[in-house]
Design a binder for this molecule. Sequence first.
Ligand code: HEC
Length: 108
Amino acid sequence: MKHLVRSLVTAGLVLGAATLVTPGAQAADAGAGQAVYAAKCKSCHGAGGEGNAAIAKMMKVELKPLAGTSEEAVKAAVTKGVGKMKPVAGLAGADVDNVAAAVKAMKK
Ligand code: HEC
């Protein structure tokens, strides 16, 4: 009997863990993040994160290349803003994680 209870508890834990890994709670998706990047970041940061020189001049900043920026730094920049960059409007949840993964994966 004790054994049966233990197996049921184990099965419950396995099922519980499986439901945690439903779409939406997935690991960051760099591929999906590239689309977010193209829509929300590219105009200022350039297709490869190199920085749009005209924007840099207009905003009087140096746009450092984004390639290889840590996911934490990207998330902080897009949700809280950094220096002269304002938090990016309309970006939340998985989009933030995905775009962070996409930026980190950029080739230098
Ligand atoms: C309106 C233009 C604009 C848009 C759109 C924009 N940024 Fe920025 N971003 C900037 C500027 C300007 C800076 C530099 C801020 C400073 O140094 O004062 C910056 C800085 C950053 C930095 C810090 C880089 C470093 O190491 O100094 C990261 C990371 C970043 N942006 C990511 C993003 C991502 C990801 C997006 C899209 C979700 C995005 N930005 C959209 C203008 C923009």
